[in-house]
Design a protein around this ligand. Sequence first.
Ligand code: C6P
Length: 424
Amino acid sequence: MSFLNKTQFPRARNVSWELIRSDFPILEQTVNGEALVYFDNAATSQKPNAVINAIRKYYETGNANVHRGIHELSNRATASFEGGRQRVASFVNAASADEIIFTRGTTEGINLVAATWGVANLKAGDKVLLTEMEHHSNIVPWQLLCERVGAELLYVPVVGDSNELDMEAFDQLLGQGVKLFSVTHISNTLGILNPVAELCQKARAAGAVTVVDAAQSAGHLKLDVQALGCDFLAFSGHKMCGPTGIGVLFGRLPILESMPPYQGGGEMISTVDFFKSTYNKPPHRFEAGTPDISGVVGLHAAMDFLDSIGREAIFEHDQDLAEYAYHLLSEVKGIRLFGPRAGRAGLVSFLMEDVHAHDLVTFADQKGIALRGGHHCNQPLMKKLGVPSTARASFYFYNNRNEVDYLVEVLVEIQRFFSSNSTS
Ligand code: C6P
């Protein structure tokens, strides 16, 4: 096709991506008679053999409850679990493993901060600052908190053709005495990579506690909580080659030490009497009940796997695919793209004139391509963009340009199908 200008984009560094792809058994199948093209990685990523095997090995040789027994298997499970915590600390460059709380995912991490730090520290009239590109998981917990304590929500607008954050408005809003600022690292609809270090530095200088939603960044680029300068950072294991049901909340230790517990139960206590309990130190204070031990084992294997490739290389690869896709799609008449042309993270959201995103995604599925269509849990952003939904292709390191070429061919076919059907 004439619009396929492949020479414009140099390929990312020399990594054997095809070999790495062969580590993912799920990708070796056909769907609806076509080779599977999995472009729904922002929703969840696929799992390599290293992760599947680590979980299997844990259940075959090391399964027991943690911290409780004084028997060999329990000691092994505890070592695996706490070893996973150490691994997360080094993965995000935390000062200590005590700053790492295991959660069910990004959503629970943000809810934990709102329900503990938020309830203990915010009162009527205080201000919580978010941005207009946040996922529901970084909006609704703060709405619940604000309703409970009488605090007020403010939003940094998205502006311009590429819908990036309005930095002047951000400065002005911070001047209103914000107590907490929470922002997404990468927008799951726009593919924007926010300047989180600068945002956190300004917010902290203005006296706000800072939270980073790293759901879309943790598996795609090198995360360094010291360099980002945030107080809290939340992410999900399942979006970074790990299993579902496990996530991480990083929090600076002095802040965690000042926070009340999240849920009550085993493991989070120091002593329990009939009418009064005392609580364990962080991070255990925030981990009531039996944790997702096999999830931590799988997450550990996922982090090792990502680092064996190199997160810089992964980011370059995903960015290359997204820019390549953006370029090809921008040459197809009748396609509207969202977010910036360049410097974007590994996903592309778009709309096709006269074709509903759900119809487009259903058609693509018939061709073996897994896309996502809908509001992507970004309803307020959709309202701001003036659209009900978008179609989205989100990439990972096991995807390649041939798959993007195929997507574009299928989109052109979809366009032809719907335009011939609408005129007949
Ligand atoms: N976005 C998507 O398809 P959980 O469900 O807790 O693992 O992640 C929630 C979440 C939080 N923040 C951002 C920026 C996200 O993108 C997500 C998950 C998925 O875009 C499901 S809606």
